[in-house]
Design a protein around this ligand. Structure first.
Ligand code: SAM
Length: 248
């Protein structure tokens, strides 16, 4: 998979050299390129923003600078609507990014992240590339406002990259996670030592009884989800609940 990030702060993306994503880059599983938007400016001051039409506070990022940058990164004019290529505009006014988006984006051939700053990117940029036939997504990582799209891009890239085949050493570890197919949060997890600060671990986990452990984990996942995320329980497809689940 190829991932491009266009930003005025390329250094923000240095974290992509670390951990699993960094290793995936070294192993050639991810072709990840970070671009400085200012490389596409034409004036002495390398200007990327201007005052908003209609007045108001703050500055808006110019569509002409973004347009030349994105045309280049997307492979030249016209911004070809190649299948599997997705332009992502992180924005707090976008659809909220979830694990479902991560799963879908993990199947793409190329993701291009355009990181906004100031009051955001001139709205014509999204419209232009959408009209050119490109798959354009305006995505928010949550209901709060960050200073720029870089952290949002990092969040989405990490969530997507770990789903790319070969990224995570043991793919089994992706199966029972929070927000997975079961639609629940994950059950509590424990490791050694078996006693710590007077706290033991649930007996069943030492039983070696696979079916009982599975049942315990399912019950705990249901309890935890009901307590912390009643919205997820309300959204569960009733057919995935067994008799025991319903009795909880
Ligand atoms: N004026 C904009 C608004 O109220 O919707 C906020 C602009 S914000 C200060 C600057 C940039 O940060 C945005 O263009 C976007 O790229 C990024 N950003 C801020 N919050 C975000 C969020 N929750 N999700 C994704 N991107 C975000």
């Amino acid at each position: 998979m190829r991932i491009d990030v266009v930003t005025i702060f390329p250094d923000y993306l240095a974290a992509l050299d670390l951990s699993l994503v960094g290793k995936a880059r070294q192993r050639g599983l991810l072709d990840l390129r970070v671009h400085d938007l200012r490389d596409w400016t034409t004036d002495r001051h390398r200007t990327v923003d201007d005052t908003p039409f209609g007045g108001g506070a703050g500055m808006v990022m110019r569509p002409d600078v973004w347009g030349t940058a994105l045309d280049d990164v997307l492979g030249g004019e016209p911004a070809a609507a190649s299948p599997g290529r997705i332009l992502i505009l992180p924005t707090p006014s976008g659809e909220v990014f979830t694990q479902r988006h991560a799963e879908e984006l993990a199947g793409a051939g190329q993701l291009v992240f355009a990181c906004g700053r100031y009051e955001g990117i001139d709205a014509r940029v999204a419209g232009h590339y959408r009209d050119a036939g490109l798959d354009v997504r305006e995505l928010s990582i949550g209901d709060y406002v960050l200073n720029g799209g870089e952290v949002a891009a990092l969040v989405m890239i990490e969530a997507v990259a770990r789903l790319v085949p070969g990224m995570v050493g043991n793919p089994e570890s992706l199966v029972e996670e929070s927000h997975g197919a079961a639609g629940l949060l994950e059950y509590p997890v424990y490791t050694k030592p078996p006693e710590w600060h007077g706290r033991g671990i649930p007996e069943v986990l030492l039983s070696g009884h696979h079916a009982r452990i599975e049942r315990w984990r399912r019950d705990e996942a249901l309890r935890r989800t009901a307590a912390r995320r009643p919205d997820m329980i309300a959204g569960l497809d009733g057919t995935v609940l067994d008799k025991h689940d319903r009795a909880l």
